[in-house]
Write a protein that binds this ligand. Structure first.
Ligand SMILES: [Zn+2]
Length: 468
């Protein structure tokens, strides 16, 4: 069966590439409210043409979620989460080709959104199209969940998931992104870090003052600096009480995965023009810190005079923006409370905290059937084994859509290590795109096999598989 489907995908190569390039011509920049309706229109047309179905446009307080549930024969459901919005194309002058005119060069397609996330979205639709065309049906239920606000922080996705728990329920979710590493191995990510993004702000006198007043008037900048000093020590250890206490311990299996994770130390340092990593770490310790440890990062500080030459002034206010990348077990709401208490305890109750975002971390265990199915599919059909990592160092709304409801999720996709997502000259390799369509199609069958193997699932009723 796989052979026939793969041959069909090869035959359809031109058609699938056309779907992708047509989609990439639409500048669906959610941040600027451009091309969003065109984008959902495009998906509706595509589903009509390719899958003979009309997707639902489920409203949110922002852009709608495009949703589709296709019935299969076995009581198993696989869902695909993707997004149809893209990052703004700026700085446009750094693009070699126009960002919304997909261009082929050296076996690659260049376009904004081609890697993040339209290539992945189209590859998955194409895989389901191919299965339907070759076999006349689907072995399992398939759900597509495409949001339009991923690049602006998935601001309504948690609400959406609360409201549509029945619709999003599945036995496993293939998450939106994926890249090949510098060794050309497909990276399989089993999770993401979480996030708490805050701004600390402080006001002093009700106006900027002559700096001669510094002898008797408190400086908000100094107070902010002293407060920031409380957050982290020079060894990069976060000092907020309880910060590390609830972290879910790493299992032996997860620890083992880390040894395959590739972190090019020398080229990274050279590329960045720096001498060493934090704490001078190298090797396994460096990788463990990158993947398994939370961070406390200052994104920016602003206050006072920073222009040319000198100006003697005592500024009246100061603020700093801080992001904490969190790992499984850490709760962003608890951290916010702990941060407030900690600042108060040290006499900084005059420092306000504004919250700009919070997301919990998510991780799927490598022994989960979806993870096994993905790993085996790549093992069977690719020349190189997958590079499985327990979570990426980045953040996404995975917990809100998956782990919160007990749904395992795994991510792999069409990108490569130089796909330049969010940057000028975003691209994917055409062959990677076609191969990913094949892998997604093969995964559907492999997941069905895993879910039903050894009758192991008979003991647990397969709830929610065909409820809609
Ligand atoms: Zn993105």
């Amino acid at each position: 069966m796989d052979k026939q489907i793969f041959a069909f995908i090869e035959e359809q190569r031109g058609e699938y590439i056309k779907w992708l390039t047509d989609f990439c011509r639409i500048p669906s920049v959610a941040a600027q409210n451009r091309g969003m309706k065109e984008s959902t229109d495009f998906i509706e047309d595509l589903f009509d043409k390719a899958l003979q179905t009309k997707p639902e446009l489920l409203p949110t307080r922002g852009y709608p979620v495009v949703y589709s549930h296709l019935k299969g024969t076995k009581p198993t459901t696989l869902s695909f989460y993707n997004h149809y919005d893209v990052q703004p194309e700026d700085p446009i002058e750094l693009w070699d080709t126009p960002p919304f005119e997909p261009t082929f060069k050296d076996g690659k397609i260049y376009a904004r959104g081609v890697a993040d996330n339209k290539g992945n979205l189209i590859a998955r639709v194409a895989a389901i199209h191919a299965i339907k065309q070759v076999t006349g049906g689907l072995p399992i239920d398939i759900k597509f969940i495409f949001e339009g606000e991923e690049e602006i922080g998935s601001i309504h996705l948690a609400d959406f998931a609360d409201k549509h728990q029945d619709k999003i329920q599945s036995d496993g979710c293939v998450w939106e992104f994926g890249y090949r590493d510098a060794d050309d191995r497909l990276q399989v990510s089993l999770g993401v870090k979480g996030m708490l993004y805050v701004e600390l702000f402080i006001k002093g006198a009700n106006t900027d003052l002559h700096s001669a007043q510094a002898s008797i008037i408190e400086s908000p900048i100094w107070r902010l600096i002293w407060a920031l000093n409380l957050l982290k020590d020079p060894n990069d250890r976060v000092l907020i009480p309880g910060f590390y206490d609830s972290i879910t311990p790493i299992t032996e299996e997860e620890q083992e995965l880390l040894s395959h994770y590739l972190l090019e130390e020398k080229s990274t340092l050279d590329h960045l023009g720096i001498e060493k990593f934090v704490n001078g770490l190298t090797g396994e310790e460096l990788k463990a810190k990158h993947i398994y440890e939370p961070t406390c990062n200052i994104c920016g500080i602003q206050s006072g005079y920073t222009g040319e030459g000198s100006k003697t002034v005592l500024p009246s206010e100061a603020f700093a923006k801080i992001d904490f990348r969190l790992v499984p077990g850490q709760n962003p709401h608890q951290l916010l409370e702990d941060l407030r208490t900690y600042l108060n305890t040290h006499g900084y109750d005059d420092i306000g905290i504004r919250v700009f975002g919070s997301e919990e971390a998510a991780r799927t265990h490598p022994s989960e059937k979806l993870a096994q199915a993905v790993i085996e599919t790549i093992g069977t059909y690719c020349d190189l084994p997958p590079n499985v990592i327990p979570n990426t160092p980045g953040t996404g709304p995975m917990f809100d859509l998956c782990q919160r409801f007990g749904i395992p999720s795994v991510s792999f996709g069409v990108g490569h290590f130089a796909s330049y997502t969010h940057a000028p000259n975003e691209n994917i390799r055409v062959d990677d795109f076609i191969e990913n369509i094949k892998l997604m199609a093969a995964l559907v069958f492999k997941f069905e096999e895993k879910m039903n193997e050894n009758g192991a699932d008979l003991s647990e009723p397969v709830t929610n598989a065909t409820t809609v």
